[in-house]
Design a protein around this ligand. Structure first.
Ligand code: SF4
Length: 976
């Protein structure tokens, strides 16, 4: 399934057109756009004219009507890429008329995907929640009454204060879907003294994170696609995924230069159509292919021998596994050849179903890339399979063999291509451990075990008094949604559920309070992501607040400019914290007070003003050059490039000043007594322990020099993970191939793998049902099935099929296509949004109305799909689509990977023609069975209580959000 290795004429033509445009621009004596994008897009309004930009009103055509705009930057909130947006604020109405790209943003460089401009739909959505609501009946009854912010805040603050006073800290939990600002809410929780952060990460990226973290102590890749010669993607990354828009544009640049693109994808995705080599392996066998490529490099001595000698922890491997051989690099090389010899192309072909010759051709390409090999895996295979975390580990093995780590065209660790600014206040770490998020069975999980919450509560492991869901919709997004409904409707398990959300969702229906939060143009956040070899910060801001401030108004509360009573979390948390500790006696309020006017409430102008002034190198100077304050600069441009060309930090020599009473171990780990320099940018990396004499790790010794190395215990790239070995996973301590739970050997007769995790390029997980433009483009999720399988089942496109999982079934339409591997079916996870019939008015553009029935089993029965309706937006009368897809995730039981904690999304299913009693959109689930599946996966785990090597709950050096104190890491004596 490899596409011909041909040049793409369309890209060449495009390149030529850009060159011609550049030449003609320069011939006119004008320059390319001089901002951070450094690319030419003639339509960018020059930043000098952002106060008063004039365009003709397209709707007035053929009349020539001028519109005057103030252009205000913000950051898109519709996926994690955080691309820059420019809001076009109409100077007459002071309302946003459209969103386009922000050319001052170094990551997205003025470009957006369809979801960015569609922010406008969300702002003007006639179905959005505009004021706080409190339930007025049973949970889930659909009865709501308006409530004032004051009343809601006082009630919630009172509950939290009481819980803190009674020592019930672990009953307070904040559960986040789409994060806004790195670290903001963690600090709020730390100020309260609770270990209450829960995330969505183990339905997202725990798998890949675990693979990368085990190698280098940093949990994400930052591929330098633009400069690569070979780009290897285990994903549909040109159209979706982590930072896909900033990456996609750089991949396309590389391709235009002649770089080769290799894509592993079981579907013929849009990404696969752009590949030079598209391979569609049997799902879960990706690691077998990667090891075959690695073996090719190893057996043919095509790897960077010196790089491996200097930077891998091969000594540790030899000591642990080969005590009888001399600890010499030559011994290790012999071992390396032995270790992977079985991973031949023939073995990989037998496992994956991809021809050995194709794999060999790919391996040859990889071998020629040298250090210009950029690779990427985030979700995809890493999040679908038992052992999927090893896919990222095996993929990074290729970079580690070729030395393509933090090189031009290679793959960087994320933490070096990201900038974390220091906040005005930093509360101490909480001194508690919450086992509802960090249960002892998963000591190595990369992030919280979020998917297990309903099962842990049902088992009586705790209860929640106050539970925030924040832009998070677990009933719909997570597997096993009916168990979430059971949890949320049981007040003995969840005392008060507060949904902080800009839009109705399936989880908010089961809340006590629904509190309306701002969209990307209605809130503050700061963020920075690893889009390329640079560091930048982006500023999300309420654009109408910024616009009116530019006109001289003073605005201190974002509710003054947002629609209705919509607020933003950052001001909400400050206000809530003050009400929890009104007189400051609990020690909480101090972290939410002004420094300029002690004893008064901290405002966000001061919060961000302090940050930009004090912890972003270069920003005060850049602002001063324009006679602005740093805050004014960020409000005007929305982004700042802190540094470019970061390079290989691990190769930097440790300065003399950091070397004091140094001790170097036999394996070359160097410890020092010199204190760590104060640096603003230290988040995002692990924290290896010091030595027994109180020194901290500072670097590694390589050929007599002390260089920084990596934030791992050994300081080197950990080919052999002593941590994995010592916590019970010796068999997985090296990059290896773990057979997935949907490997053919594990399937029962008649079962096939269902791939349920691919994204549609124009939809957002749970928040795009209120984007009419996006809904019109994509509004259904048929099951992809190959013609050979369709013939066997006697199914044609459009026919209904019943898909049976371990715990129930759903009924969906078939789409017969050659774009899927035979023997595998696939279904996008974006669709099937629903609302209970008692709440039929809540969200109407892309949701079905359903009846939820509960007997021995749950049944979701569709009453109607989408359709036209009257509203303040004339377009809602023109809705022509009826289909809204099917909610498949309800039928998935939890599959927690025992190492990474990742939910292993792929399902073993039986597909049949639908029967006479089946209707489109039916979902039937037995939650007793889902609990049994939960129990069966728990049997695979290695609990800290049995396997901790040192009486702690988790390796202290492993990354963890809201890291508690050292004391809290200790297992209770009775549990050891
Ligand atoms: S990739 Fe699209 S959705 Fe994501 S931040 Fe950028 S514009 Fe928004």
């Amino acid at each position: 399934m490899s596409s011909p290795d041909s040049k793409r004429p369309d890209l060449e033509k495009l390149n030529q057109r850009v060159k011609a445009a550049r030449a003609s621009t320069e011939a006119r004596g004008e320059t390319f756009y001089p901002g951070a994008s450094r690319i030419h897009l003639a339509s960018f309004p020059p930043k000098e004219r952002w106060d008063d930009w004039v365009e003709l009103d397209s709707k007035a055509w053929p009349r020539r009507v001028e519109k005057r705009y103030m252009l205000v930057p913000t950051t898109c909130f519709n996926c994690e890429s955080a691309c820059g947006l420019l809001a076009y604020v109409d100077r007459d109405s002071m309302q946003v008329r459209k969103f386009e790209g922000n050319p001052e943003h170094p990551g997205s460089r003025g470009r957006n995907c369809a979801k960015g401009p569609a922010t406008l739909n969300q702002v003007t959505d006639p179905d959005r929640i505009l004021r706080p609501l409190k339930r007025a009946g049973e949970r889930g009854s659909g009865k709501w009454e308006p409530v004032s912010w004051d009343e809601a805040l006082d009630d919630i603050a009172g509950r939290i204060r009481t819980a803190l006073e009674e020592g019930r800290h672990n009953e307070i939990m904040y559960h986040v879907g789409r994060p806004g600002e790195d670290g903001y809410t963690e600090r709020v929780l730390a100020a309260w003294g609770v270990d209450g952060h829960n995330s969505h990460t183990n339905i997202c990226s725990s798998g890949a994170r675990a693979g990368y973290h085990a190698w280098m102590g940093m949990d994400r890749p930052s591929p330098d696609h633009a400069n690569a010669d070979v780009i290897l993607l285990i994903s549909a990354h040109l159209e979706s995924g982590h930072y896909f828009n900033p990456h996609a544009q750089r991949i396309v640049e590389a391709k235009a230069r002649g770089a080769k693109l290799i894509v592993f994808d079981v579907r013929l995705s849009n990404t696969a159509t752009h590949a030079d080599h598209w391979v569609a392996p049997y799902p879960g066998t990706e690691a077998a292919i990667l090891l075959a490529i690695a073996n090719y490099l190893i057996q043919n001595d095509l790897y960077d021998r010196e790089y491996v000698r200097k930077l891998w922890n091969w000594r540790e491997y030899l000591e642990a596994r080969c005590p009888d051989v001399p600890v010499e690099f030559e011994s290790f090389e012999t071992e390396l050849k032995r270790l992977y010899a079985e991973f031949t192309f023939e073995h990989a072909a037998a496992e994956s179903g991809v021809e050995a010759a194709t794999l060999e051709a790919i391996a040859e390409l990889v071998s020629k890339a040298g250090s210009r090999l950029s690779t990427h895996n985030w979700r995809s295979a890493g999040s679908g399979n038992l052992g999927g975390w090893q896919v990222a580990r095996c993929l990074f093995l290729l970079n580690a063999l070729t030395g393509a780590i933090a090189t031009p065209g290679g793959t960087y660790p994320n933490a070096w291509n990201k900038f974390i600014a220091k906040p005005i206040h930093s509360p101490p770490h909480p001194d508690r451990w919450n086992e509802l998020s960090w249960p002892p069975e998963f000591p190595l999980s990369l992030h919280e075990m979020s998917i297990l919450l309903p099962h842990l509560l049902a088992e009586g492991r705790g209860r929640l008094d106050t539970y925030f869901t924040r832009v998070y919709n677990p009933v719909w997004t997570n597997p096993d949604g009916f168990s979430w409904i059971e949890m949320l409707t049981d007040e003995s398990q969840v005392g008060c559920h507060i949904a902080l959300t800009p839009t109705w969702n399936e989880t908010a229906y089961f809340a006590d309070y629904v509190l309306p939060m701002g969209l990307g143009s209605e809130r503050h956040d700061i963020h920075s992501y690893e889009t390329h070899d640079a560091q930048w910060i982006g500023f999300r801001q309420p654009v109408l607040r910024a616009a009116r401030t530019r006109l001289g108004e003073t605005i201190t509360d974002t509710r003054e400019v947002n629609p209705g009573e919509v607020w933003e979390e950052n001001e909400f948390w400050i206000e809530l914290s003050w009400r929890i500790d009104p007189d400051g006696s609990r020690g909480i309020r101090q972290y939410f007070e002004s420094k300029q006017e002690p004893g008064t409430k901290l405002g966000l102008d001061e919060f961000y003003g302090w940050m930009f002034e004090n912890s972003v190198p270069g920003l005060p100077e850049a602002a001063k050059a324009e006679d602005r304050t740093p805050l004014e600069y960020m409000r005007r441009y929305g982004a700042f490039e802190v540094q470019t060309k970061i390079g290989a930090k691990y190769l930097e020599e440790v300065p003399e000043a950091e070397l004091d009473d140094v001790r170097t171990t036999e394996n070359g780990r160097v410890y020092t007594r010199a204190p760590k320099p104060e640096t603003a940018n230290k988040c995002g990396t692990a924290a290896p322990d010091g030595d027994s004499e109180g020194r901290r790790p500072v670097g590694i010794e390589v050929d007599g020099n002390i260089i920084r190395g990596f934030p791992t215990p050994s300081g080197r790239l950990e080919f052999y993970s002593h941590t994995l070995a010592s916590w019970g996973w010796e068999q997985y301590a090296l990059p290896c191939y773990i057979k997935s739970h949907i490997h053919p050997e594990s399937l029962e007769p008649g079962q096939v793998p269902l791939i349920p995790i691919f994204r549609l390029p124009v939809q957002i997980h749970t928040r795009s049902a209120n984007s009419k433009w996006l809904d019109e483009i994509a509004h259904t999720n048929p099951m992809w099935i190959h013609p050979s399988d369709a013939r066997r089942l006697d199914v044609a496109t459009g026919d209904l099929v019943r898909v049976e999982t371990e715990i129930g079934h759903f009924v969906i339409k078939a789409w017969v296509t050659q774009g899927i591997r035979p023997g595998v079916v696939a279904c996008s996870h974006h669709m099937g949004r629903w609302k209970p019939k008692q709440q039929a008015e809540s969200q109407r553009q892309l949701t079905g109305t359903v009846e939820l029935k509960k007997s021995d089993e749950w049944k979701l029965e569709r009453l109607s799909g989408a359709g036209p309706y009257e509203s303040s937006d004339d377009d809602t009368r023109r809705i022509w689509w009826r289909d809204v897809g099917v909610h498949q995730n309800l039928t998935h039981p939890v599959h927690p990977d025992p190492v990474s904690g990742m939910h292993c999304w792929h399902q073993a299913v039986r597909v049949k023609r639908a029967g006479p009693s089946d209707s489109y959109g039916d979902v039937v689930v037995d939650t007793k069975k889902s609990h049994e599946v939960f129990l069966s996966w728990m049997k695979r785990t290695m609990a800290a209580t049995q396997h901790s090597p040192d009486g702690t709950r988790r390796p202290h050096w492993f990354m963890r959000p809201l890291r508690p104190t050292r004391e809290a890491y200790k297992l209770p004596t009775e549990a050891r």
